[in-house]
Design a protein around this ligand. Structure first.
Ligand code: NDP
Length: 268
């Protein structure tokens, strides 16, 4: 375990003289098969920082392809995060392949832009299942291993939608699910802290990925930018960098935190 004084030093300097933050660590990332998504950007970033990465995605072939793109030591496994047994099976496969899991990034998610009066039981359930229940099930699947090792970093994907309500791309059910992620992550942070496991959240603003591709009109874009002091939409790397901080020992004394990645959208 790190002493306070250790956190002031770079974790490890690689052979090229650059700081390597995740050397010797294994990271599981859900929803990482999408080539333009936040999950894959995070996987690439972690791999570049020395981690061995396991990409879990509904699309098994896409996960395997994404992992192969990173290099032979990385693995891609099919996993439906809404299915508790499937999460346990997938984490078992990761452990069989890698022997350890140090980091879990709960990134998988779906959205649906509908009005609150149009939300039916099926769409409510589907949005809660992937965005919220998936975080619980995948976190539960890594817990026995992390608790036994008395170490682990879990970071969860929430959204600005949880904080400001809705938005042009997500409905009220999505806001509710992502707000649920904040409560779930904080509760996990409290319960798992004594086992050396940190749990944190990110709340991105509008990030350009497949989830919103082609859905933002030029007019909407102008309106959105009026409310973003940094005057641009986010890119996946903006979020991947924060996940890197939360996954690494640089954040050794950070748990139960929520980090906004939104260009200043919520300054008030
Ligand atoms: P993507 O659609 O590119 O990524 C979402 C990934 O989750 C996809 O690879 C998808 O797989 C996967 N996924 C969906 N359902 C499941 C499931 N049941 N089990 C396993 N994997 C699943 O979009 P983003 O990269 O934008 O989204 C990543 C996360 O960031 C999501 O949680 C999203 O809600 C959140 N977010 C995004 C913002 C944005 O503006 N882009 C803003 C705030 C939060 P497949 O494609 O194979 O179905």
């Amino acid at each position: 375990r790190l002493r306070a004084s250790d956190t002031l030093r770079p974790t490890k300097i690689g052979s090229g003289g650059r700081i390597v933050l995740l050397k010797g660590k294994t990271a599981v990332i859900s929803g990482g098969a999408g080539a333009r998504g936040i999950g894959f950007a995070t996987a690439k970033t972690f791999a570049a920082q020395g981690a061995r990465v396991a990409i879990l995605d509904l699309d098994a072939a896409g996960a395997a392809k994404a992992a192969a793109e990173l290099g032979p030591e990385h693995v891609g496994i099919g996993c439906d995060v809404t299915d508790k047994a499937d999460c346990a099976r997938a984490i078992g496969e990761v452990l069989a392949a890698t022997g350890q899991i140090d980091i879990l990034i709960n990134n998988a998610g779906i959205t649906q832009a509908i009005k609150v009066w149009d939300i039916d039981p099926e769409s409510w359930a589907r949005i809660q299942d992937v965005n919220l229940k998936g975080v619980l099930y995948l976190s539960q699947a890594v817990m026995p291993h992390m608790r036994e090792r008395k170490a682990g970093a879990i970071a969860c994907m929430s959204s600005v939608s949880a904080q400001r309500g809705g938005g042009i791309l997500g409905g009220a059910h999505y806001s509710a699910a992502k707000a649920g992620v904040l409560g779930l992550a904080k509760a996990m942070a409290r319960e798992l802290g004594a086992d050396g496991i940190r749990v944190n959240c990110v709340t991105p603003g509008l990030i350009q990925t497949d989830i919103n591709a082609g859905k933002i009109s030029d007019d909407a874009r102008v309106k959105i930018l009026e409310n973003i002091p940094l005057n641009r939409l986010g890119v996946p790397q903006d979020v991947a960098n924060i996940f890197l901080f939360l996954a690494s020992d640089l954040s050794a004394y950070v748990t139960g935190a929520v980090i906004d990645v939104n260009g200043g959208m919520l300054i008030h």
